[in-house]
Design a protein around this ligand. Structure first.
Ligand code: CMP
Length: 140
């Protein structure tokens, strides 16, 4: 199976509730390695740019305002099939649809405050990782 890197974001609802360690434990238990990680405050401009694919969606402004409402942890996860593995341990976007045992089923509060973001394809993972990290930041 291919070794991949994927981008993960632990969102403000989780940093505010001090549950980032619980989320990281689930990531590591699934066999993914956190090879880069930083706690940052997104600016409005950066959040708008990161989520620009959703700019025409009705929830765009609320999404951006939520993502700048507190610190986030951006991280690079590495492992076999990291993109799809991380999506499966995250669970569905809406926590009411998320499978039992997933991060969103256990921790998310709503479709907006859904605790984590994860790249949805290898192509987007490469783009999203380079949005936040330089090669030199990623330590395998
Ligand atoms: P994420 O994986 O970060 O990608 C886009 C985000 O938009 C998504 O998670 C949700 O948190 C957020 N969002 C807010 N409202 C909606 C909605 N109605 N449908 C889908 N995503 C939404």
């Amino acid at each position: 199976m291919p070794i991949e890197n994927t981008l993960s974001i632990i969102k403000p609802d989780a940093t505010k509730r001090n549950i980032t360690g619980l989320i990281n434990a689930k990531i590591e238990k699934a066999g993914l390695k956190i090879v880069a990680q930083k706690r940052i405050m997104l600016s409005k401009e950066l959040a708008e740019k990161f989520y620009s694919v959703h700019k025409d969606r009705p929830f765009f402004n609320d999404l951006v305002n939520f993502m700048i409402s507190g610190p986030v942890i951006v991280q690079v996860l590495r492992g076999e099939n990291a993109v799809s593995l991380n999506r499966s341990i995250m669970g569905a976007t809406n926590p009411t649809d998320a499978e039992e045992g997933t991060i969103r089923s256990e921790f998310a509060q709503s479709v907006e405050a859904n605790s984590v973001h994860g790249s949805d394809s290898l192509e987007n993972a490469l783009k999203e990782i380079s949005f936040f990290f330089a090669e030199i930041d990623i330590l395998i």
